[in-house]
Design a protein around this ligand. Sequence first.
Ligand code: SGN
Ligand code: CA
Length: 535
Amino acid sequence: MTTRLAIIPLLTLASQAMAQAELRPNIVYIMTDDHTAQMMSCYGNSYMQTPNLDRIAQEGVLFRNSFVANSLSGPSRACMITGKHSHKNGFTNNEHGVFDGSQQTMPKLLQAAGYQTALIGKWHLVSQPTGFDHYEILHGQGEYYNPSFLQMDGTTRQASGYCTDVITDKAIDWMEQRDKEKPFILFVHHKACHRDWLPDLKYLREFEDQTFQKPSNFDDTWQGRIAAQQQEMTIASAHDMDLVYDNKVYLPGDKSRLAGTYLAYVNRLKPEDRERYWAFHDSISCDFYRRFPEMRERALAGELNGKPGERTMEVAAVTDWKYQRYMRDYAKVTKSLDDNVGRLLDYLRQHDMLDNTLVVYTSDQGFYMGEHGWFDKRFMYEESLNTPLVMLLPDGYKRRGEIGEMVQNIDYAPTFLEMAGVKVPSDMQGESLVPLLRGEKTIGRWRDAIYYHFYEYPAEHSAKRHYGVRTDRYKLMHFYNDIDAWELYDLKEDPQEMHNVYGDPAYAKVQKMMHAKLKKLQKQYDDDIEEQLKK
Ligand code: SGN
Ligand code: CA
């Protein structure tokens, strides 16, 4: 009798524990590089169709106001795995940092809680990954063609194929051989759609008949915005957007700032593939030289620029041509990405895993597709502050459709931890998205502003250092270091951020309110930049 009585509670406890373990969802986290919402049809854009990403949004949730804390690869990744802003996780920029892998991270906490943890693809944090049972990572930015992967044993192995396919294959292989009794988190980090947008050869001819419509602020002259005037990320500039490397206009012997890098990437193709590559791109190069015979030398030397408003007809025509090439290449690369997201979803569906798996699709930041005349990111203006975020939710999370609350990439770590039943450490700065995913009412309880800080200057593209605050309607930014310039935008009246209203008496109250919000967030997140600037 006593024995039976003792056994019952034990059994109950065991089954409770099993039920708990079963509730812990798997997490498939797909993060791309430089993929922007303007190039996703589920965000309502018509440049291209992304049916597989749309599937996620239609069956799950789409975050309309999703932002990064620092619009650059390494820093964004560090924010994501630590749940902390850059000044706290220590990885503020790509060029001078090494991520301190001894610090607390979300993968480590999940691993300690019994999750299997794996990472495939771009890492970009310089130090070796910590907290992963398995990893295979690209070196730095990685390569599109036959990419090399650093293995856990320190050796490098070159894979055969197109990077986006290879990363997906490796992700699926890992899921096949994992311990099926345990929950897992799998980080699938693509190189696509990062510069220099080298497409899969099967898509060389895709989008070639499409003419992309330039954004209406393509010819922005950056009035009232000093940092914008001084950047080096303009499509029109042959120095910033290299005719050879970026636009793939190359005839044997051509030299440009980045021609060597371009050839090294293309030469990774196997000889027969290289032939296919050149056969197509020779026709593009010939098209350029037929149209603009006079411009060749200046373009290759990076001298073709023409500030907005001062562009000759010819420079404007070259710029339009470059824009079409840029958009087509980016779209081709993105098409492979969408296909491969479809492959992963199919795998999860075929293995009946979707009920118990959170699938996240996001990017390390947004990107300019010609807005303000630009490519690249870095600035706190909308297109690069935003990052796409769509999720398929496991059972028990009933929210569907669009979510309007402002969320940030520092929120992912607390979200995954809470879903896994792991206590969120109090020093994490992000907020768990779980209440939003459960469909709970958050009115008056969700954040009303986000904080941003970008550090990588002086550096490529010359985007000045800046920090700022954004609410649902306004944005205040301060550019510092070798300038001292404030900008304020009314996003309702001026969604394209063309009119800096800082100092405009009509916005005096808003300005004061936004300064107060900025101070509050800097205090909350413990960023003492303003103190440092006073010294
Ligand atoms: C490289 C690119 C830049 C890009 C940075 C950061 N230049 O340096 O255009 O801004 O990466 O990108 S390239 O000549 O090497 O292509 S990030 O997404 O990794 O932060
Ligand atoms: Ca990036």
